[in-house]
Ligand binder design. Structure first.
Ligand code: GDP
Length: 445
């Protein structure tokens, strides 16, 4: 997973410094900042960005001026968090499509970046949220591009337009967009061709298609695995086609991913989604704060809730509870069962606070086995215990032993499950307001 190592290293550096008993002085703080900067540079983040981050953290955490009562630990954690958020937040609002009118979205990017795959994922994403979406294949350059789009679109039940005989991509794009506008589609996504390299031909073609279809948004698709060259590539595309949003693909791969993040800063363009696999559902909304929370193992509950909603799984009771800031052990159990239905475990686990740390480095198979044991533990509880906030287990070793025996696990595992539940309950309390906001904002990009 992109940036996973980076997240672990930064976390370890901050935890080392802020662990109870460790000396929290200026020297130790310098060591932490240095380690964070090294980790960022090794993940391909641009050196200038790293240097700015170093300066900002040091400015915020000023040991000399710090009042004696200041909670240094929290101050340092917050400074690191805020600076990492700044790295991925260009403070530019992406375009928000509106229902009831055609919104034309054009994709640009090099060949192999993931455009064709991602445009179908995005059309499906909007479809699941009540937008009528469709696809136009203006990639007449790559043999087989239209076939690929057709196959993906058919699988996802998305209407598409393309031509096997027309060789002029501008013509195809114009015809497709006009057709779907007449048919009153909400979202019309135009896939364009890429080249192996940035070439003038490609840029000329992009501009011609842009002029022909007048997109409301142009999205650049960037492959996370291309490292430092992401930055110059994004700059070149920005100069030519002036895109307003970025989608980073293949974030599930082993790439370090910092190059793609540097591209955001270099072009002042927001990332709107990230591709997290080859499957149609492997597309996640991107927002700076939840992304950094997830990176640092703090979870992304809002993302999880959204993911669960889009899959239309059974979560009504849990949603009601979350809106009230309540999280019972039964909620944990139900969501663990849902997670098993949600695809590769490592991906979903990263959305739950603390769970990815707990499963750190585990293969999906091993992680699934662990989750199953957690479900067995919940199943061995009484109804009263399941509907509780877990406090009735405090200082009750016999209760825990009974559950461990009933589930064929150990007391230690029961304790771990309850700890996990407590963390999520805290998070649920905190997100009570966020959830109401999220529900209000739903439907908009
Ligand atoms: P295009 O040339 O830009 O249209 O790229 P494609 O859509 O054909 O994608 C190139 C390859 O990348 C295909 O094999 C896709 O399955 C793969 N791909 C696209 N997005 C992702 C992703 O998020 N994760 C992974 N693992 N593979 C992806």
């Amino acid at each position: 997973m992109v940036l996973l190592d980076l997240g672990r290293r930064i976390n370890a550096a901050v935890n080392d410094l802020t662990r109870p008993g460790s000396s929290l002085d200026e020297k130790a703080f310098e060591v932490m900042v240095k380690e964070i900067c090294n980790a960022l540079m090794e993940a391909d983040v641009n050196i200038k960005l790293v240097s700015n981050l170093r300066k900002s953290i040091k400015k915020t955490v000023n040991f000399e001026d710090m009042a004696s009562g200041t909670n240094k630990k929290r101050l340092i954690q917050k400074a690191v968090f805020d600076e990492l958020v700044k790295l991925v937040d260009p403070h530019a609002e992406p375009f928000k499509p509106k229902k009831g009118r055609p919104n034309v979205i054009m994709f640009v990017g090099l060949q192999g970046a993931g455009k064709t795959t991602t445009c179908t994922k995005l059309a499906r994403w909007y479809n699941a949220r009540g937008f009528r979406s469709c696809l136009v294949c203006a990639d007449t350059f790559r043999a087989g591009a239209f076939d690929q789009l057709k196959q993906n679109a058919t699988k996802a039940k998305i209407p598409y337009y393309g031509s096997l005989t027309q060789t002029d991509p501008v013509q195809v794009a114009r015809e497709g967009v006009e057709k779907f506008k007449k048919e009153r589609f909400d979202i019309i996504i135009v896939d364009t061709s890429g080249r192996h390299r940035q070439e003038q031909d490609l840029f000329d073609e992009m501009v011609q298609i842009q002029n022909a279809v007048e997109p409301d948004e142009t999205i650049m698709v960037l492959d996370a695995s291309i490292g430092q060259s992401a930055e110059s590539q994004a700059r070149a595309f920005k100069d030519a086609a002036h895109f307003g949003a970025i989608i980073i693909t293949k974030t599930d791969g082993a790439a370090s991913g910092g190059g793609a993040i540097s591209a955001v800063a270099a072009t002042h363009t927001p990332i709107v989604f990230i591709g997290t696999g080859e499957h149609m559902l492997d597309l996640e909304r991107f927002a700076p704060q939840p992304f950094i929370s997830k990176l640092l193992g703090m979870g992304d509950m809002a993302g999880l809730v959204e993911h669960v909603q889009s899959l239309k799984l059974d979560h009504q009771g849990t949603m009601q509870h979350l809106a009230e800031g309540v999280w019972t052990i039964r909620d944990l159990r139900d969501q663990l069962s849902n997670i098993m239905k949600m695809g590769p475990l490592s991906k979903v686990a990263s959305m739950i606070p603390g769970l990815s740390n707990m499963m750190g480095g585990m293969e999906d198979e091993e992680g699934t086995a662990k989750l199953k044991r957690m479900i067995f533990i919940c199943d061995a509880m009484t109804e009263k215990e399941l509907d509780s906030d877990g406090k009735l287990f405090i200082d009750q070793p016999t209760r825990m032993t009974r559950v461990a025996r009933g589930s064929g696990t150990s007391v230690r595992e029961v304790e771990d499950t309850l700890t996990q539940h407590r963390m999520m309950a805290k998070m649920a309390k905190r997100m009570k307001g966020d959830l109401a906001n999220m529900q209000r904002n739903q439907g908009a990009m």
